[in-house]
Design a protein around this ligand. Structure first.
Ligand code: PEP
Ligand code: MG
Length: 547
């Protein structure tokens, strides 16, 4: 009997209610030994579920098309791999495993073998094989197949989600409750960006929920209620409906210009790591991608990605951006984004990459190739000196130009020199705020980008960029913060880039603001004593912003 309240880890904020869309079953559900007489039929059921998974994956691949579709279609080939079929057959007929257990066990062993291979491309397939096993086990367990129309909308209940799962489910997943996974997992990062509440690390108890039963996911508290009362259900449904309404409103307003009441255009782009985020952002009126966090695709990589790995990660995203700005950041490893092979490094950003020139060269080559049809902008994280840009550009194909992310007080102080060497500026207010105020970006304390010391650094960067005649974008969270956005506009930034779920709202804010008023308030804010005083100064501007 499932406990009504499960406590896990908050992975993506927001509250959501809906029917459980159960993708996985607990491993224990299939662990009863099967009597010998029933094993031939059980073999048929298990192999039939593998074929069912192959058909589902083919349908998903056909819907998606392109390079990404091809990647997902290889899952269907794996499902029909004779070696995998033999392993499943053996586990059922010789060891008496049930179909579900045999599918999970065989795919898990296969995935372990792949993960141990020195070939990075093959090792990366391990997650896909596990995902295939879960899909087949779900079919063997009798849960409704996803079908060509895609799964029903609701709260996805699963052991964990891989990149293909997220891409497939994004349109219908109103929330996610995961038995495993961690808040820094790729799925959690994407869920946050897409505005999908998620709780992970709930344990297997969450997998016992019946398909279609109501579930409430509280991505702020990190809890899941399996038997919600009417009151909880109503509050959570209202929250889900508000998100759906905001999305519909953003779609309806996507063709309205992101222009202030006094005629200043402030293009809004989208921050992304996946195609799902790019699509949601474009749907809401984003004019392109303002920050592609390429490192997120490689957080579990066992070695530096090769050109082919970069290409495989970039093509699905960049193919959706032909003719539009595509701002691709080179790998920003370091701090909380450390793949296992870099665990011991204390360096970050472009300084770390310049210590591994062949690796940076490989990524630059792949970006130039995959982004040839886009208005391609390549940028380097945590630049602090003009020489870093020149050194990086020399590693790319001829004609490679780089923009600089301004993310530290040292960078802001050196901004005139960096601007003279840079193709453009992008201000990373997440790091700039933390480094300027000397606080832990990931700590519990509130970190205010509207602190006058941070605003002074932004103002210096904007002045240097404009003196050099280059564009300056802001791609940190401050660009979608109601206190900071009017100030950034007032300080003269040329573009902002925000999480997909915020694109429509930020565009609506811009349409409600006067650039002249924002400039006046920003000038006062630079002279204010502290963040609280700045917040008070912006109160009249904020009062005009749509919620
Ligand atoms: C930033 O620091 O503001 C930024 C956009 O980069 P990231 O959040 O990926 O460090
Ligand atoms: Mg940063």
């Amino acid at each position: 009997m499932a406990a009504p309240l499960l406590v896990g880890l908050a992975a993506a904020p927001g509250v959501a209610a809906g029917p459980a869309v159960v993708l996985d079953v607990p491993a224990a559900a299939g662990s009863e030994p099967v009597p010998e007489a029933e094993r031939p039929a059980m073999v048929d059921a298990a192999l039939g579920a593998l074929e069912g998974a192959a058909l589902e994956l083919e349908a998903v691949a056909a819907r998606m098309g392109g390079e990404e579709g091809e990647i997902i279609a290889t899952g269907a080939l794996m499902a029909r791999d004779p070696g995998l079929e033999d392993a499943v057959r053996g586990l059922v007929s010789q060891q008496g495993r049930g179909a579900t257990a045999a599918l999970l066990e065989a795919t898990s062993q296969y995935a372990d073998l792949l993960a141990a291979l020195p070939d990075e491309l093959l090792a990366a397939r391990a997650d896909d094989v596990r995902s295939l096993g879960r899909r087949a086990a779900r079919i063997a367990g009798g849960s409704a197949a996803a079908g060509a129309e895609g799964p029903a909308s609701g709260i996805v209940v699963a052991t964990d989600l891989g990149p293909a799962d997220v891409a497939e489910l994004a349109a219908t997943m109103t929330g996610a409750a995961l038995a495993g996974g961690g808040p820094t997992a790729h799925a959690a990062i994407v869920a946050r960006s897409l505005g999908i509440p998620m709780v992970c690390g709930l344990g297997e108890a969450v997998l016992t929920v019946a398909a279609g039963a109501p579930v409430v996911v509280d991505g702020d508290a990190g809890t899941v209620v399996l038997e919600p009362g009417e009151e909880e259900l109503t509050a959570a449904r209202a929250s889900t409906e508000a998100r759906a309404a905001a999305r519909a409103r953003a779609g309806a307003e996507r063709d309205l210009p992101a222009e202030t009441t006094d005629g200043v255009r402030l293009p809004v782009l989208v921050n992304a790591a996946t195609t799902a985020e790019v699509e949601l952002g474009l749907e809401a009126g984003a004019e392109g991608v303002g920050l592609l966090r390429t490192e997120l695709a490689f957080l579990t990589a066992r070695e530096w990605p090769a050109v082919a790995d970069h290409r495989r990660a970039l093509e699905p995203v960049l193919s959706r951006l032909a003719g539009r700005p595509a701002t691709v950041r080179v790998l920003d490893f370091g701090a909380d984004k450390l793949p296992p092979f870099l665990e011991d490094t204390g360096e970050r950003g472009i300084a770390l990459l310049l210590r591994h020139p062949e690796q940076l060269a490989a990524q630059l080559a792949a970006i130039r190739e995959a982004g040839a049809a886009c208005d391609l902008r390549i940028m380097a994280p945590l630049v602090e000196a003009p020489g870093e840009l020149a050194a990086a550009e020399a590693l790319g194909p001829p004609g490679t130009r780089l923009g600089a992310m301004i993310e530290t007080p040292a960078a802001a102080a050196a901004a005139p020199g960096i601007a003279a060497a840079a193709a453009f500026f992008s201000i990373g207010t997440n790091d700039l705020t933390a480094t300027t105020l000397a606080v832990d970006r990931f700590g519990a304390a509130e970190v205010a980008a509207h602190d006058p010391r941070v605003l002074a650094n932004v103002a210096d960067a904007v002045a240097a960029a404009h003196a050099a005649g280059i564009l300056v974008e802001v791609c940190g969270e401050a660009a979608s913060d109601p206190i900071a956005l009017p100030l950034l506009l007032g300080l003269g930034v040329d573009e902002v880039s925000v999480a997909a779920a915020r694109v429509g709202l930020v565009r609506a804010w811009i349409r409600a603001l006067s650039a002249a008023e924002c400039a006046a308030v920003a000038a006062e804010a630079l002279a204010a004593p502290d963040a609280a005083a700045v917040a008070a100064l912006t109160a009249p501007l904020r009062a005009a912003l749509p919620a």
